[in-house]
Design a protein around this ligand. Structure first.
Ligand code: HEC
Length: 141
């Protein structure tokens, strides 16, 4: 392969990687449920890996590849009813990627993840996580 073809090939590969969807984080329950948020009609249970919480407690940023997972339930007078969906965010270097999944854990490709990023970007700093303080002050083991 000559150099130019190689560069074109690498360019295509990097575009494919950049646009890749995140897979469902099947091990997220090995992490901890560090906070629950009631937001009108939904109850949100938010999970993070223990190492991520530890890093925050040590005053560091969240580690590369950290995945934060939210289970979103219908709120039936303060009780979790039907599971609506899952949404996740993953740190990749200093960037965050977002993804939505249906209740059966299949990818929801109809979701516009640029919207996710744009809202989360309203947080300053590297870790654009709204519940960062809750994660930092999580008291469990
Ligand atoms: C209009 C603003 C907004 C949009 C759009 C948005 N989020 Fe969020 N997100 C929030 C807020 C605020 C929270 C904190 C929990 C709460 O208050 O409900 C949150 C929490 C989260 C969390 C838990 C970690 C954290 O930041 O606290 C994840 C994961 C998440 N969102 C993923 C997504 C994904 C994926 C999308 C797009 C499908 C999305 N969000 C779209 C505002 C937004």
């Amino acid at each position: 392969m000559n150099m130019r073809l190689l560069l074109i090939f690498l360019g295509i590969v990097s575009v494919l990687i950049a646009n890749q969807n995140l897979a469902f984080p099947k091990d997220y329950k090995e992490g901890v449920l560090y906070t629950s948020v009631i937001r009108g009609g939904v109850i949100e249970d938010i999970y993070a890996p223990k190492e991520a919480i530890l890093a925050l407690k040590e005053g560091k940023n969240l580690p590369d590849q950290t995945i934060i997972t939210m289970e979103e339930y219908a709120n039936d007078a303060g009780v979790r009813a039907r599971l609506n969906r899952y949404i996740i965010m993953q740190k990749q270097g200093k960037e965050w990627k977002f993804q939505a999944f249906k209740a059966d854990k299949s990818l929801n490709s109809a979701e516009n993840t640029t919207r996710c990023l744009n809202c989360h970007k309203s947080i300053s700093g590297e870790d654009i996580v709204f519940s960062l303080e809750a994660m930092k002050s999580y008291k469990g083991e």
